[in-house]
Design a protein around this ligand. Structure first.
Ligand code: ADP
Length: 458
């Protein structure tokens, strides 16, 4: 029993078939009951009227004569053909009865039609006093009707069983056929692992729910494949960037072991280089940790921030750090809903790049403006610019446009900025002309937060 239950629960096809067969059987049984009940009612009604007509016929023929002959066989003639039993009494004495009664004697009953049992069989009976001491009693045995109803019931039960069995078999076959793609899907899903993410489920047949499921699954695989690939690239790039300072430290360590203790120059150079390499590693690890924190979608401490104050602060700091580049700003009071520390870090990465990738004596401008429901901060530089083909990959982690001209960056600044701004419901757009300069535009929803749907310009 438990095995059967498990089998039923393990297959949608069997469950669906059983469910629909149960509905079909219930409907058929209800219809059967209605048919049997209706037929029984109609047959009883017909018998009823036959009895009444017979009584009134006898009454008419007796009343039409002055001295009626109660033994006249014509009186009870109708009995045989209509399956009626007739008894006629005169002054309470039985004087005539239909021959089909044989040995049966009807019990004395004066009243409308009612059902009684005679010798174990159901009979409808009615009796009437028709005057002059004459009493007529007519009965109808329901044997034929009962037999008809029994045959009809048997036939209906047979048909119900047949129909249910047919529905069960054909239903199971068609449901199993319909659900076959699910089995293929399950098999494929079991086969797919991280080494086989390029596998796809073949799409065929009508565009029904299963087709859409397989399509959605393929799309998910595509996203997973992309994510997995970029994860692999990320790990490779991170290890590569960590390996360089590590090998510097290792080689200076070897140098120190061999000669460093006695050679003061080597000792000093080693200490200096190891300190720079350690600093670089520390910076990379910090960036990675921060990126991991931002990517895990932290709870942001949103407050009302005036972009004007923040921009002025960043611009002054940037000017102080860079002697050769001129940093200017033009801002207005624009409020955004943001975590100030995160926002400062995102903007600072863009301003830092604008200085880093600028030309000698170049310029950096920071402007703020309002566009729809957004506060826009433009960071414009007159620097080396970015080639058009590099723009689509610019915000990828560890991406550096041209490694030959690289400074100390790891290619994480822009991806970090973008993650932070997107966490605030905004985005960063870039326009650049190679060798002429770049403009990074930061879009942030204005404070108070706009009604959903209004931020659609991005
Ligand atoms: P990095 O730490 O290398 O600066 P980023 O993610 O900040 O990393 O920048 C990625 C790359 O985009 C940089 O290596 C640089 O080539 C290019 N880049 C970013 N900002 C600018 C800019 N203002 N002008 C020119 N190139 C830029």
């Amino acid at each position: 029993m438990k095995k059967l239950k498990n089998y039923i629960e393990s297959s949608i096809g069997i469950r669906l078939t059983l469910y629909y067969c149960a509905i079909l059987l219930t409907t058929l049984v209800l219809c059967g009951f209605v048919v049997i009940f209706g037929m029984n009612f109609a047959l009883t009604k017909e018998a009823n009227s036959k009895i009444k007509v017979a009584i009134s016929n006898i009454q008419n023929s007796l009343q039409s004569e002055e001295n009626p002959n109660l033994n006249d066989p014509e009186l009870v003639d109708q009995a045989g053909s209509l399956e009626l039993w007739i008894q006629i009494y005169k002054d309470n004495k039985l004087v005539s009865k239909s021959p089909n009664l044989g040995n049966i004697k009807l019990p004395f009953y004066n009243g409308p039609v009612k059902s009684i049992l005679i010798n174990g069989q159901e009979v409808l009976i009615s009796g009437k006093d028709i005057g002059n001491g004459i009493f007529v009693e007519v009965a109808h045995p329901l044997k034929r009707e009962k037999h008809f109803l029994a045959v009809l019931s048997g036939l209906l039960i047979f048909l119900m069983m047949g129909a249910t069995l047919f529905a069960m078999t054909s239903g199971y076959i068609s449901v199993t056929n319909t659900l076959r793609p699910l089995a293929i899907l399950t098999k494929k899903v079991k086969e797919i692992n991280t080494g086989k993410l390029d596998e796809r489920i073949p799409l065929s047949g009508p565009k029904d729910e299963l087709y859409l499921l397989a399509q959605a699954f393929n799309e998910m695989l595509e996203r997973l494949e992309k994510g997995f690939k970029s994860q692999q690239e990320f790990v490779a790039a991170a290890s590569h960037d960590l390996r360089t300072p590590l090998s510097v430290i290792k080689s200076y360590n070897d140098l120190l072991k061999r000669w460093g203790k006695d050679d003061k120059k080597i000792l000093e150079e080693s200490i200096q280089t190891i300190a720079v390499a350690t600093q670089r590693m520390e910076r990379l690890v910090n960036d990675l940790l921060f990126l991991a924190r931002v990517e895990s979608k932290p709870r942001i401490n949103f407050v009302k921030v005036n972009t004007k104050e923040l921009i002025e602060e960043i611009a002054k700091e940037a000017q102080a750090l860079s002697q050769t580049i001129t940093v200017t700003f033009s801002t207005c009071d624009l409020y955004v809903n943001a975590d100030e520390d995160y926002l400062r870090r995102a903007l600072w990465a863009l301003v830092d790049n604008a200085i880093k990738y600028n030309k000698e004596n170049g310029e950096v401008k920071i402007l703020s403006r309002e566009e729809g429901n957004f506060a826009v901060i433009d960071i414009i530089d007159t620097g080396i610019g970015i080639k058009e083909e590099a723009l689509p990959r610019l915000f990828e982690k560890f991406y550096r446009v041209d490694s030959s001209r690289q400074s100390s960056g790891f290619g994480l600044g822009l991806s970090l900025s973008k993650e932070i701004i997107q966490l605030h419901g905004g985005d960063i757009k870039v326009k650049s002309k190679y060798k002429e300069g770049s403009t990074f535009s930061v879009y942030l929803p204005l404070y108070p937060p706009a009604i959903k749907g209004k931020n659609a310009i991005l």
